[in-house]
Design a protein around this ligand. Structure first.
Ligand SMILES: [Zn+2]
Length: 430
């Protein structure tokens, strides 16, 4: 999930007024256009070969939250074995994209009234989703699991919790989520919590509190990757000071190329390099194209003037995102490749990965419309002179290495005492 303005929207048949609106918005296009329009590169046979030989391991996909918000907890509405006409993800498109392993996000909004229970329900949903398609998906809980499942020709499916609000300030819940299968946790979403500062909220702790440090230590002991996406740079620095295992940024891009508070600054990238961690590029245009914010605000301003009704306005914004007028704001494959280049330059090729945020983002770059599009990144990197071995690292080997190392650190800490909650004695009762 990228942020407060980027909830999933999915295509439905457009009424006539919407189609008229597209024409109005498209007419505004030339005023917004950059001199050079983004393009989608064709994928060569060589690039397809390089891509197919790699471990494509994406760090963040919000399909489970999409299923929940679309009212499909029963998994009856969307048949993921078929090519869907909405959303970013289904099995045929995952196969087209060469995806071998996926962290499915079990997201929870910071302000949700039942965080822990809802995350448990989402974990249950992921497991039922994976069980529904046994020929294509299988749950993975370790790096060895991932390799075994990929070898068997299936897509290794892992669980990542998005939002430390899930543990409701209890280390016992963190352990419970590990037992249920969570293998990373994003420490915060968009709101600062009692123990951790978020990137998009007012800082209250200058990073992690003492309890926040205990959370990180317990995650190390359990073998849950600590995810520094969504947290403030001070929190990132604290995590990198405390963590004994590699950290990940499961869906964040480079601040130096797009100064969103959700991106990772260069000084942190250097620390990630020392830590052995991985920063996984988010495809959301707001995190890769510096002009996105201004162009989106301009479109919103025009649309607000025409559509006072909030629902009509939301629909109009979605249509704008899908129109040619939005192309300069959305960016393209080359913008994502620019972020990869920067991360490689500062953090090193061993510390870069992919964390698309598909099905959690309201817009995608041109050429990266859904999970079938990953081969275009391989093509873009080949075009820039990357060697296949380095492309394979970026596409997923680095993520797999971090997961493996986190498991090794957990085994080394096996005899360490768990971090225990400071709970008061319960009354005996009747
Ligand atoms: Zn997110």
């Amino acid at each position: 999930m990228p942020g407060p303005f980027a909830r999933s929207r999915h295509r439905r048949p457009n009424p006539l007024w919407c189609q008229v609106l597209v024409l109005i918005v498209a007419a505004a296009g030339p005023r917004l256009a950059r001199a050079q329009q983004p393009t989608s590169p064709a994928v060569s046979a060589h690039a397809r070969e390089v891509h197919a030989a790699g471990m494509i391991f994406d760090g963040h996909n919000d399909l489970p939250w999409r299923l929940r918000t679309e009212g499909d907890q029963a998994l009856r509405k969307f048949d993921l074995s078929k090519r869907l006409t909405s959303g970013h993800t289904d099995i045929p498109r995952l196969r087209d994209g060469g995806v071998k392993a996926q962290f499915w996000s079990v997201y929870i909004p910071s302000e949700h009234k039942d965080p822990a229970i809802t995350v448990m329900e989402q974990i249950d949903l992921v497991k039922r989703m994976v069980a529904r398609y046994p020929a294509d998906l299988e749950m993975a809980y370790s790096a060895d699991d991932v390799e075994r499942i990929v070898k068997a020709g299936k897509i290794a499916s892992l669980i990542g919790i998005e939002g430390g609000v899930a543990i409701e300030n209890r280390l016992s819940l963190l352990r419970t989520f590990h037992a249920l299968g969570a293998r990373y946790m994003t420490l915060a979403h968009n709101a600062t919590l009692d123990w951790v500062d978020a990137a998009l909220d007012v800082p209250r702790h200058d990073g992690l509190t003492a309890f926040g440090e205990r959370v990180v230590r317990e995650m190390n002991r359990l073998g849950i990757l600590v995810d520094i996406s969504h947290v403030s740079p001070a929190t990132m620095a604290d995590v990198l000071r405390v963590s004994r295992a590699p950290v990940i940024a499961s869906h964040s891009s480079a601040f130096a190329r797009c100064p969103s508070p959700r991106n990772v600054p260069d000084d942190i990238l250097k620390l990630v390099r020392q830590n052995g961690g991985v920063v996984m590029v988010n495809f959301f245009p707001g995190f890769i194209v510096p002009e996105f914010g201004a162009l989106r605000r301009k479109a919103l301003f025009d649309i607000q003037a025409k559509f006072p009704d909030p629902a009509a306005r939301r629909k109009a914004m979605q249509l704008w995102f899908e129109s040619d007028a939005a192309r300069p704001a959305k960016g393209a494959v080359r913008d994502v490749a620019d972020h990869i280049d920067h991360l490689v330059k500062v953090a090193g090729v061993d510390h870069v990965g992919l964390g698309s945020d598909f099905d959690g983002i309201v817009a995608t770059p041109v050429g990266l419309e859904d999970v079938s599009c990953y081969p275009r990144i391989t093509q873009a990197l080949l075009d820039r002179g990357y060697q296949p071995a380095d492309i394979h690292k970026i596409m997923g080997q680095n993520a797999l290495r971090a997961l493996r190392k986190a498991g090794e650190v957990a085994r080394a800490l096996e005899t360490a005492e768990p971090e225990i909650d400071d709970t008061k004695p319960e009354p005996l009762g009747d």
